[in-house]
Design a protein around this ligand. Structure first.
Ligand code: ATP
Length: 595
């Protein structure tokens, strides 16, 4: 899974940056080439300017002092150009990696937004945040390290080997006896680093989840004075991460002295064997110095490759976590041949529906419900019986386990998901508000809503009663989750959102909860207005709201999940909607569910 998930995750976004990444690689190879030339000025100076050996044919006759100056200048020039190449290649790779990171975050985020609520309830939100931010960050570190390190370091190692074997084959071979041992040990090291990183990443994700949860519930922590519990929860995760981090660092750094000692053994062997050869007149001092310099020159790329291997091991642990999100197909499936939804108010039906969030824990069993076009139905029942669940099945936030939910007489699984959602305005029990302005939150209810429509919806849902007192009025920022508003104000914003939606099916979950009697009456009036041309299902415990409905349907708990039991026609407050089919009221009186 390791390298394959790295490839799986990075291949597509990195392809767009392949030119920039290749350019960085080429600049790095040039830098390595220059660095390979670094020992030569030293050899020239020692052998020809100091030891008086004859210069190579092309340089014959150059005075020794000039050779010394030229060697000094060449040393500076090589370092300056190598430094510039280093900067240019690293900058190019890091910029490209930032763009790859932005694209990858975009992909993971977009994919996760389409995954089913079952998936989201399993993977905690902090975990997802940690994968989109810090795991992607680690992948970018690996991308930069590979672009500027992998090829150049390999080129450097091969280059040093070739030069060594050409300059002094016997002496070079002595210095290289340690290389196979290094290779075997570094493969083992990579495995150790990877497994310690897999654990550290999992523990880090768990800490992020706990912190996200505690911060979101800071009001509860303070209200109950349970800082002790919050600190203990945090501390358990924090200590686990500390331990995992320390272990990962130990595993990673433990390698350095071993590789350094092995390389030093190579240098030591060359010094002893080469020194004996110089004493015997079989080798020049300059050549010995060059061979020693090249063996030492191996340190850097070998260390670089080891570090790269650790970075790749870390990144592959992160790539597994990112790939797990991208590879998840747990989304609401689209039909092969979608059926179009009509533009007029539609019907809603549940036919023998059974459903449970978790296997073996049914919530609804054999539920039947018919809502005619333009009708308003109130869904009543004890807490936890499954009323909100019915609304979520109509929205297709979840798919039924058995039976079918139909809109306009067509199974919701045969509608395009987006068409279905566009056809429904939903006010959930806990209004989902975003950290934007009041107007932005209301406009969320419609793709094409104008400012005038937003203001009208705010008037209809009595948002204006408090909007004018907010700093900035309709453009006031509501805070995370709308936390600068009261519960009742949040609910009115959610209602305004539904009021401005052009959808022809309206699903309201406890729309008057946390409103005082006066505000509830106002909202009820607004709902009557918006519900006139829509098919509406209202979940409520509020008798005033129940009076709005054409019918009330009771959901009662049974031994194997809830089922609809009785249905009542409203005679007092209910209206006869024009959209009701002829004879519908008689149908409304009959029991909908057959036990
Ligand atoms: N996301 C979920 N995962 C697992 N179980 C859930 C989930 N949401 C709801 N449930 C369970 O499903 C059952 C029905 O919940 P639902 O919210 O539909 O009830 P309700 O009738 O709307 O209750 P209330 O009147 O209190 O809002 C409950 O037992 C609840 O514990």
């Amino acid at each position: 899974m390791s390298t394959s998930s790295l490839r799986r995750v990075l291949a597509a976004p990195a392809r767009a940056e392949s030119a920039a990444l290749t350019a960085s690689g080429v600049l790095s190879v040039l830098r390595v080439g220059l660095e390979l030339a670094r020992p030569w000025p030293l050899a020239l100076a020692v052998d020809h300017a100091l030891d008086g050996r004859p210069l190579p044919a092309g340089l014959a006759g150059v005075p020794p002092v000039d050779v010394l100056f030229a060697a000094g200048l060449a040393t500076v020039a090589v370092s300056a150009v190598a430094g510039w190449l280093d900067m240019a290649s690293t900058r190019g790779a890091e910029r490209a990696a930032e763009r790859v990171g932005a694209q990858l975050r975009r992909e993971v985020f977009a994919h996760s937004m389409g995954l089913s609520l079952r998936w989201h309830s399993r993977v905690r939100s902090g975990e997802l945040v940690s994968r989109i931010t810090s795991d992607v960050g680690r992948l970018l570190d690996a991308l930069v390290a590979a672009a500027v390190g992998l090829v150049p370091d390999l080129v450097a190692v091969v280059g040093v080997l070739v030069v060594l074997l050409q300059v002094a084959p016997g002496l070079g071979a002595v210095g290289l006896v340690v290389v196979p041992v290094l290779a075997v040990l570094s493969v083992r090291q990579r495995r150790l680093v990877r497994s310690s990183q897999v654990h550290a990443r999992a523990v880090s994700g768990a800490l992020t989840s706990t912190v996200t949860d505690l911060v979101r519930n800071v009001a509860a922590v303070q209200a109950f004075g349970r800082h002790d519990l919050a600190r203990a929860d945090f501390e358990t995760r924090n200590r686990a991460l500390e331990a995992a981090g320390v272990r990962a660092v130990d595993v990673e750094t433990g390698w350095t002295p071993r590789s350094d000692v092995l390389l030093a053994v190579g240098s030591g062997l060359v010094l002893v064997v080469g020194g004996l050869q110089v004493r015997a007149g079989l080798q020049s001092t300059g050549t010995l110095l060059v061979v020693l310099a090249y063996v030492r020159e191996l340190y850097r790329p070998v260390r670089g490759l080891t570090r790269l291997s650790a970075v790749l091991a870390k990144a592959s642990a992160s790539a597994d976590r990112v790939a797990e999100v991208l590879d998840s197909e747990e989304r609401v499936p689209e039909p092969a041949v979608p059926t179009s939804l009509r533009a007029a108010p539609g019907t809603i039906s549940l036919r023998d529906v059974s459903f449970g969030y978790d296997p073996g824990r049914p919530v609804l069993a054999h539920v039947d419900l018919e809502v005619a076009a333009g009708e308003t139905v109130c869904l009543l029942g004890p807490s936890g019986v499954g009323k909100s669940t019915v609304l979520q099945l109509v929205l297709r936030l979840y798919d039924v386990d058995a039976g079918a939910v139909l809109v306009d007489g067509v199974d919701v699984r045969d509608h395009r998901v987006q068409d279905l959602r566009d056809a429904i305005a939903y006010v959930p029990q806990d209004p989902w508000l975003l950290d934007g302005t009041l107007a932005q939150n209301v406009a969320f209810g419609s793709r094409r809503g104008t400012r005038a429509e937003v203001l009208q919806a705010c008037r209809d849902a009595l948002v204006d009663e408090f909007a004018h007192q907010l700093p900035g009025g309709h453009d006031a920022v509501l805070g995370e989750g709308g936390n600068r508003l009261s519960g009742g104000q949040r609910r009115r914003v959610a209602l305004a959102r539904a009021a401005m939606s052009p959808a022809r099916l309206l699903l309201l979950d406890e729309p008057t909860a946390s409103l005082d009697a006066r505000a509830a009456a106002g909202v009820v009036a607004a709902i009557r207005a918006t519900a006139r041309h829509r098919t509406t299902v209202i979940v409520t415990h509020d008798p005033v709201l129940a009076d709005l409905a054409d019918r009330t349907v009771h959901l009662v708990a049974g031994p194997h999940g809830a089922r609809t039991a009785t249905t009542h026609l409203r005679t007092g407050g209910g209206e006869h909607h024009e959209g009701l089919p002829p004879g519908h009221q008689g149908a409304a009186e009959q029991a909908l569910a057959q036990p």
